[in-house]
Design a protein around this ligand. Structure first.
Ligand code: HC0
Ligand code: SF4
Length: 570
């Protein structure tokens, strides 16, 4: 143990502890900006500087270890002056027009400047400019970048993609795309993890609210919305709602107030995905010589982009099933359009997702089953739906819960866990068991695949057949797993991959909480919703059963293939 004093308080901590953590252990908060636990502890912003008695230079608390007998001052006059100067210098290179910034109210720099009572910036303002395609799903605003390097670190160390890099040197040192590439050409999976780890508004998703508002106002359009599984576990965070108040039914009510005509559930098509994907898996198992193994899930577009860029030879291993988002669009513009007696182009299909890559997925040319335009017209993130609710001044505390519309609003417990890592695998195994044995397993029979470890493996037995399953989240973990498979060090039949750590619960479109990862907590909410649901199996969803009876015929039918499957090499 090391004994030291911080702001005259005695502190005893393990050797090697940073000053930042030592201070936190006795309730002393040292402000930070670039610091990201375990990932970015480089002291670049110089906000966490402290004074050590007897030393001339102030040191960064995030990466300086304590020493026996140290006397540290976290808010001496010298420290406060230097900290204000440092934040002022950062502001002078940052476009601080907060009123029009997407992160206003949720920005670490804004909060810091407020906390430090910085009321003017006495330095010459100088911003970096960079051209950017504003139609691209991921937007970088160079004028707001504070060069904290968090995006560089997350993209490299967690996702293993190295899309962002340090460019130029000296005073011109900056963050940019690796090797001067353009965002259209680089191997970005669009997972959005750089956005959720940016402390300011330098990175964001393309804002698609404007177009939506026009569609809602257009009397010729029937606006049909779908809400993704993971959104329900997170949408209330931005409003400070308690979990019990931030229900999906309250979100349904809020969306109706915006003028959306029908509010449906992506869970409905998550069940449909399982019907198709579990049967496809069984078909592949029965004809092992005709197919490549393992079969990979295909519902995460970040992962599918990753395969296309990094391992195109694995494309035949992907399930041909479209994602629930895209199945929803296809069903909305065919089956549901018929039910309403309208043409497909009269339907405007909105998707509310925890994901930035879903914006790209919906725009793929092959996602147009009716030949009249995209099956999903627009995708907004959990953050954007929060902005929509705020823009419309919907008072959530006065809003009563409302049910989803029918029939596309019906989803099972197996569907809702899609939003957590391992959920797609578990849902698929539940139904594959039924398809192979004619009986349901215990609903929680396959809970062995749950958890937060980046890679999890399980061997389960179904009707005498051993299924070797793996679940992976985060693209860095995914690359390592694929390399092991390629070297023959690991062998599986079925692998679920989600690009974001923790799955969509930790998706790149979810609300941002600086230095806090909430994928596990949100995933736990989804598992609770599964346990509470009267229907625990995708194959028992009555609306899905009716869809097969009256429209699709059966899983993997000709019509199902036409509408619900895709060729990933397109
Ligand atoms: Fe997901 Fe999905 S579970 S990818 O994370 O499969 O975005 O929530 O909507 O499509 O259902 C995201 C979440 C979805 C899809 C579903 C899948
Ligand atoms: Fe999107 Fe989910 Fe994939 Fe992340 S894990 S890229 S949120 S689909």
């Amino acid at each position: 143990m090391v004994k030291l004093w911080i702001d005259n308080q005695e502190v005893n901590v393990e050797k090697g502890t940073t000053i930042l953590n030592a201070a936190a252990s006795v309730g002393i908060k040292i402000p930070t900006l670039c610091f990201l636990k375990d990932l970015n502890e480089i002291g670049a912003c110089r906000v966490c500087i402290v004074e050590i008695k007897g030393k001339d230079a102030l040191v960064a608390a995030c990466n300086t270890a304590v020493e026996e007998g140290m006397e540290i001052y976290t808010n001496s006059k010298r420290v406060m002056n230097a900290r204000r100067t440092n934040v002022g210098l950062i502001l002078s290179q940052h476009d601080y027009r907060c009123a029009t910034c997407v992160r206003s109210g949720n920005c670490s720099l804004q909060k810091l400047a407020n906390d430090l009572d910085i009321l003017n910036v006495p330095f010459k303002e100088e911003y970096e400019e960079q051209e950017w395609d504003m139609d691209f799903p991921l937007i970088r605003d160079a004028k707001k970048c504070i060069k904290c390097m968090r995006c560089v670190q997350v993209c490299d160390k967690i996702q293993g993609m190295k899309v962002w890099d340090i460019i130029n040197t000296g005073k011109r040192t900056n963050v940019g795309l690796r090797e001067g590439m353009s965002i259209e050409d680089i191997n970005c999976a669009l997972c959005g993890q750089c956005i959720t780890h940016c402390p300011v508004g330098a990175l964001r998703e393309r804002d698609d609210l404007n177009e939506l508002v026009y569609a809602i106002a257009d009397k010729k359009k029937v606006v049909v919305a779908q809400i993704a599984p993971a959104v329900r576990a997170a949408w209330g965070e931005r409003f400070g709602l308690k979990r019990e108040d931030a229900t999906v039914k309250r979100l349904v009510a809020a969306l109706r107030r915006t003028g959306i005509d029908y509010v449906f559930d992506t869970n409905f098509t998550a069940d449909l995905t399982i019907m198709e994907e579990a049967n496809e898996f069984i078909e592949r198992l029965k004809n092992k010589d005709k197919y490549k193994f393992p079969m990979f899930t295909s519902c995460c577009p970040g992962w599918v982009r990753f395969v296309k860029y990094e391992y195109p030879e694995l494309l035949p291993n992907l399930s041909t099933a479209k994602s629930p988002q895209q199945m929803f669009g296809a069903i909305a513009k065919t089956y549901y359009a018929q039910q309403l007696g309208v043409e497909p182009e009269e339907i405007y299909c909105l998707s509310i997702m925890p994901c930035t890559a879903k914006k790209y997925e919906s725009q793929m040319a092959c996602m147009d089953v009716t030949g009249t335009g995209p099956d999903v017209d627009s995708v907004i993130t959990t953050r954007e739906v929060g902005r929509l609710i705020r823009a419309e001044h919907i008072q959530l505390e006065h809003l009563k819960e409302e049910e989803f519309d029918e029939p596309l609003g019906c989803g099972s417990g197996a569907a809702v866990i899609f939003g957590a890592t391992g959920g797609v695998m578990e849902a698929a195994l539940r139904s594959a068991y039924y398809f192979l044995t004619g009986e349901n397993p215990a609903p929680d029979a396959f809970k062995v695949v749950r958890g937060q470890d980046g890679v999890r493996e399980a061997e389960v037995e179904i009707a005498g057949t051993k299924v070797r399953a793996a679940v992976v989240s985060g693209l860095g973990n995914t690359r390592r797993l694929i390399e092991r498979i390629k070297k023959g060090e690991a062998e599986y039949d079925f692998v679920e991959v989600m690009a974001c750590p923790g799955g969509c619960a930790g998706g790149g479109g979810q609300p941002i909480h600086d230095n806090l990862e909430l994928a596990k907590e949100r995933g736990d909410v989804l598992y609770e919703l599964d346990a509470e649901n009267e229907i625990r199996f995708s194959h028992e969803n009555p609306a899905v059963q009716e869809l097969y009876r009256s429209f699709l015929e059966k899983p993997l039918s000709h019509k199902s293939h036409e509408l619900l499957h895709t060729d990933h090499s397109l």
